[in-house]
Design a protein around this ligand. Structure first.
Ligand code: MGP
Ligand code: SAH
Length: 265
């Protein structure tokens, strides 16, 4: 699929109404630690399936060595810290400071080990972090403690699809499962491949929670389908997409819907 046309002023046109911005690629430097600090066999301990993510550990969590807790799905799903910081910056524009300085509420529907929730909280948002796996959510809490932001996060064990009707916030953040690392072999990633339900259903549920939605999606996602989500509302929601790079490598696509999209850039 032709993902973009000509590069111009740091933006690329895909089709009318769908601009691709480039997220600043802030490479986080690994902390200066003694080489003896980590057990030499840690790479082996994490297992072959996640070794490539372990090698990126400092771009996932810059404070990794302070005791970050991970499991297999956490390793391959956590949003790299620089990208999560960018998501939080986008949120902050609509939820903090606008209404007399009160912090807004971000509902993170698929919180994982907390990569995104921590960055939202660090920027002054109050976070409702929903995660179906109790152990993974306990890792998210521990990781938030390391970043000293646990007080800004409500940790809720549960199924986002069932909880959604009882939730309210300013922004919903969605980084649902993509089907594991094998997503990359599929080529064009269509929204029906998202878990636990297709992207259209997850999006529609989220619209009842907040007027702004951010989705973090595979770099191979079908962009025309993503744009179609904005047409589920009448009038259509403002919509922007952005490519997110870390260390020069494209990690994923961020789609913004609602007022948040009109404040892009
Ligand atoms: P990747 O494409 O599996 O790895 O994930 P990487 O390091 O780009 O490998 P490459 O060698 O193929 O280039 C890239 C990023 O996508 C991860 O760091 C996660 O932030 C995110 N990601 C990957 N998966 C499989 C998922 C997923 O299932 N759910 C969510 N929410 N994010 C994922
Ligand atoms: N953004 C997160 C990663 C999310 S990965 C981070 O940066 O750490 C997606 C998560 O969704 C997984 O942890 C998975 O357990 C969780 N999940 C899957 N189905 C769910 C559901 N129905 N409700 C809530 N969480 C769910």
């Amino acid at each position: 699929m032709e993902r973009s046309e000509k590069k111009r002023d740091g933006k690329r046109k895909t089709k009318p109404g769908a601009r691709i911005f480039f997220c600043a690629d802030s490479q986080l430097s690994p902390p200066k630690i003694s080489p003896t600090f980590l057990p030499a066999d840690e790479e082996e301990m994490v297992g072959r399936s996640v070794a490539k993510y372990w090698r990126q550990r400092y771009s996932l969590f810059s404070r990794y060595d302070e005791g970050i807790a991970m499991d297999e799905e956490g390793w391959f799903s956590v949003t790299p810290e620089a990208v999560a910081a960018r998501h939080a910056e986008l949120c902050r524009r609509v939820v903090v400071g606008g209404g007399g300085g009160a912090a807004g509420v971000v509902v993170d529907g698929f919180a994982g080990v907390g990569g995104n929730a921590i960055q939202f909280a660090k920027r002054g948002c109050h976070v409702v972090a929903v995660e179906i796996d109790p152990q993974r959510l306990s890792f998210a809490r521990r990781n938030a403690e390391i970043y000293e932001v646990e007080d800004n996060i409500d940790f809720i064990v549960g199924d986002f699809l069932r909880l959604a009707p009882s939730l309210k916030g300013d922004v919903v953040f969605l980084s649902p499962p993509w089907g594991g690392p094998a997503y990359n072999a599929l080529g064009n990633f269509t929204l029906d491949l998202l878990k636990p339900e297709d992207g259209y259903s997850i999006f529609q549920l989220s619209q009842r929670i907040a007027p702004n939605i951010i989705m973090f999606l595979p770099r191979t996602v079908d962009l025309s389908q993503v744009e179609e989500l904005s047409w589920l509302s009448s009038p259509p929601l403002d919509f922007e997409i952005e490519e997110n790079y870390v260390g020069g490598r494209l990690k994923g696509i961020t789609a913004c819907f609602g007022d948040l999209a009109s404040r892009f850039g």
